[in-house]
Design a protein around this ligand. Structure first.
Ligand code: LMR
Length: 401
């Protein structure tokens, strides 16, 4: 039996990681990569954090065995992650309401969540923000969910369309899943206000929806706790939800693939039962998790001095991103590039969505060597004093008055 035809027709390149590959093979010296969501410093590199290097040094010293880890990851890691994500909000940790499992990155957490939900007999309808990270529809669609979308931004792309968002979710059926991004919305950089989070949570309760919170950028917006402000809305007694965390960005552990899925259940008994099914989903996918990245995260979070060092390093990345936002807005304004740029200054996280069409994105890449994601998503961290003038000139050329 030959391979099916579809397997022989090349799939299109990945809409984000494919750009990184195209960038690498672009021979022009004056190219600028503002595509993949990876933090870079002023020299254009993604350094290993000093706190990570120190944790790795300690791990090497005490390394004893490469034996399998528990399916759900080590108890120390799982406890540390629960405390990092939930702190002491609403007694979730103290009440053992969060079933946490280690996953390969945030994407792995989303995939394990998808499989767990299907195994558990959840609704097969998932509501996604429009726009969202392109791997969300791909991942959940291939896992077998039917996808619906809720509008996210008003025309102009700088503010959330609260009425349209709430209106769409009001039409969801009881049991439907809704994907929410906890902070630093990808691709827009625009997050709900605490008031809107409450309104969303009211609807979740009223319509009996099950939220999946993608929390890939904790600490990249305003701070570790500040970026968890969505929790105050959702963490109501009895309300159940899933959280998918990534430590690619905040620990700069991109290639270690370390993340976590937390299933927050109404009580400890339900959480324990949920964990048993999450373990089945993991076992059927990749059996048990790799250890190194999780060990690094656990070592840093468990040692107060090392943790303080990491928090300072994280604040350094966050501050640079915010300074870049300001410099970008100032430069666009000074150059008279037509557009509503001022709101970009106050947005959260690595991304700004410039609202460009495919032809403009293509011209940026082909004529100017500036790589941005579809729609004009820019990784603000990729801007440096050296490349900012070229980026602004290129934008001035492709954005017409
Ligand atoms: C992004 O959106 O650029 C990042 O989340 C990296 C990725 O995996 O797409």
């Amino acid at each position: 039996m030959p391979l099916p035809l579809k397997a022989l027709t090349p799939a299109p390149p990945d809409s984000i990681l494919g750009l990184a590959e195209a960038f690498r093979s672009d021979a022009r010296p004056a190219k600028v990569n503002l595509s993949v969501g990876v933090y870079v410093d002023e020299s254009g590199t993604t350094p290993v954090l000093p706190s990570v290097i120190e944790a790795e040094r300690r791990l090497v010293e005490r390394a004893q065995s490469k034996v399998y880890r528990p399916i759900e990851g080590s108890p120390g890691y799982r406890r540390a992650v629960a405390e990092l994500v939930f702190a002491d909000v609403a007694g979730i940790v103290a009440g053992n309401r969060a079933a946490v499992a280690q996953t390969p990155g945030g994407t792995g957490a989303l995939r394990v969540a998808a499989d767990f939900l299907l195994q558990a007999g959840a609704s097969r309808t998932l509501w996604l923000p429009q726009p969202t990270w392109p791997n969300h529809p791909q991942l959940f669609g291939l896992a077998g969910f039917g996808l619906r979308s809720y509008p996210y931004l008003r025309a102009g792309g700088r503010q959330i369309d609260e009425a349209a968002l709430l209106g769409a979710l009001r039409s969801a059926d009881p049991g439907d899943l809704v994907l929410l991004q906890g902070s630093c919305h990808n691709p827009t950089g625009v997050d709900p206000s605490p008031l809107l989070w409450r309104a969303i949570a009211d609807l979740v309760v009223e319509r009996e929806l099950l939220p999946i919170v993608d929390f890939a950028y904790q600490g990249f917006g305003h701070g570790l706790r500040e970026d968890a402000d969505w929790l105050a809305g959702l963490a109501r007694p009895g309300l159940e939800f899933l959280v998918c965390s990534s430590f690619s960005k905040n620990f700069a552990l991109y290639n270690e693939r370390v993340g976590a899925l937390a299933v927050v259940a109404a009580d400890a008994g339900r959480a324990a039962a949920a964990l048993s099914h999450v373990r089945v989903a993991i076992r059927a996918n990749y059996s048990n998790p790799p250890s190194h990245g999780a060990d690094v995260v656990e070592a840093i979070l468990a040692d107060s001095a090392l943790r303080a060092r990491w928090e300072t390093e994280l604040a350094g990345m966050r501050d640079r991103i915010r300074a870049n936002r300001a410099a970008f807005v100032d430069a666009l304004t000074a150059a008279g590039v037509p557009g509503d740029w001022e709101p970009l200054r106050r947005q959260r996280g690595m991304f700004a969505l410039l609202g460009l069409g495919p032809a403009q994105v293509g011209r940026l890449r082909d004529e100017f060597g500036v790589y941005v994601v579809a729609g004009g998503r820019v990784n603000v961290a990729g801007l440096t004093a050296a490349n900012l003038p070229c980026v602004v000139d290129a934008l001035a050329a492709v954005i017409e008055a």
